[in-house]
Design a protein around this ligand. Structure first.
Ligand code: SF4
Length: 415
């Protein structure tokens, strides 16, 4: 991991919704966007609150029509995280959103480019100290013809890059657009340059990070369904974050936006860019030694831990004792499954041996009790982590060990 790039810091929010920093010394923020209509106020509020409960720091809403910006006045008092208005084509929507008390505006240079209109938005935001994200999505700028001159100049700079043509357009568009902001002495800016192509995303953000000191909002646009979108998103975002680039992220899926929040947070947790909230689940992939329904158990454990546990304890769910003890080193709580049963360990100490149908319930009881102990200061996370000993395989579990032992004995002795 490279140290994070130094950027200006932008702060969005207010007392009622909390303040979220983007860039500077602020942790990388996770954001997402509602999928429903903003004018359907109750549904929109419910969706935002569900995302906030999942851990979203910031939520964006679409405001294509006046009825959407009108709804903001009723939505904002009923949600607890800063809200961003996503504005395209109609600069008036940005002005209306600012009047309604929105916390940040997103403008697309590809479809709001009249200088006077942009200046009106900037002035409205400046008066209320509201930041603006300038989002130059590949799709919305690629056909523009007025960038030809700058593109020719930049063409040389990017001649050794297969995405050079596109990078030249993106940089040229950004330079031109940011000039309007600089003329108005406005610097509460966040930049994004999304593409569907992970390679373009990496190249574009790298180039932008070297040219501007504004915080960067990372994302892959139209990444597709979660099943394939995860890799399409996480590869470039992970690459950039490991290079110290990126101050807020949005993973976008054609699915429930809560997945975007969960996966965005997990990405930041595994990279050590955010302190984990809630349990970390380790689970084996299963193999031919398995003697319980581990897939179901892992999913049930995951859902319950996400609902109940707020302390960042490590929980391991292992299909057998073969690799289990070694692989779950560091787990505060571990279960090793055997022949339709499971042994549960809490910080290296065996606390139960229960039949399969009781594993989930007992494991959760142990997790809840351990959480309380941690909160009371009677236990420390990660302590005694290397003391998990393999359970007595034959006596306690009668599991995969028996098969292995049997086969091993059957092998001819090599002299
Ligand atoms: S822990 Fe056991 S069941 Fe799970 S993958 Fe490893 S050997 Fe297979």
């Amino acid at each position: 991991m490279v140290a994070r790039r130094k950027t200006r810091k932008v702060v969005i929010g207010d007392k009622a919704h909390g303040f979220v920093g983007i860039g500077g010394d602020a942790p990388v923020a996770v954001q997402t966007m509602t999928s429903g209509y903003t004018w359907e106020i109750d549904k929109c509020v419910a969706e935002i609150n569900r995302m906030a409960a999942a851990g979203a720091d910031i939520v964006r809403v679409a405001v294509p029509e006046r009825k959407d910006t009108s709804a903001l006045k009723e939505i904002l008092p009923r949600v607890t995280v800063p809200i961003v208005a996503d504005v395209h084509f109609h600069f008036q929507r940005a002005i209306e959103a600012v009047e309604a008390g929105i916390h940040k505006i997103r403008l697309n240079p590809g479809n709001i480019n009249d200088r006077d209109q942009v200046k009106d938005v900037i002035q409205a935001c400046k008066a209320k100290k509201i930041p603006i994200r300038v989002g130059v999505n590949e799709g919305s700028i690629i056909e523009r013809k007025d960038k030809q001159k700058r593109m020719k100049e930049l063409g040389g700079v990017f001649s050794n890059n297969k995405n050079g043509h596109l990078l030249a357009i993106m940089i040229a568009k950004l330079e031109e657009y940011l000039d309007i902001f600089h003329e108005e002495d406005f610097h509460d800016i966040v930049i994004s340059a999304k593409s569907i192509d992970p390679e373009v995303v990496i190249d574009a953000y790298r180039e932008i990070s070297q040219r501007f000191d504004y915080p960067l909002h990372l994302g892959v646009t139209h990444a597709g369904p979660k099943e394939t979108g995860t890799i399409r998103s996480v590869v470039p975002l992970g690459h950039l974050l490991c290079s110290g680039i990126g101050d807020t992220i949005r993973i976008s899926y054609a699915n429930d936006p809560v997945y975007e929040v969960e996966d965005g947070l997990e990405l930041l947790y595994v990279l050590g860019l955010r302190t984990r909230v809630g349990a970390e689940l380790i689970a084996c992939p299963t193999c031919g030694r398995i003697q319980v329904d581990l897939f179901k158990l892992v999913q049930d454990v995951r859902k319950q831990l996400a609902k109940e546990i707020k302390v960042p304890m490590k929980v391991a769910v292992m299909g057998c004792v073969v690799n289990g003890p070694g692989e779950c080193e560091g787990a505060d709580i571990a279960i090793f499954a055997g022949d339709r049963k499971g042994i549960i360990y809490v910080q290296g100490e065996k606390v139960a041996n229960v039949p399969e149908e009781q594993i989930l319930e007992r494991l959760l009881i142990e997790c809840r009790q351990f959480e309380q102990k941690v909160k009371r200061g009677e236990a420390k996370l990660g302590e005694k982590k290397v003391d998990i000993l393999p359970p007595d395989p034959i006596g306690d579990l009668g599991s995969g060990w028996e098969k292995i032992e049997k086969d091993r004995r059957a092998l001819p002795v090599v002299k």
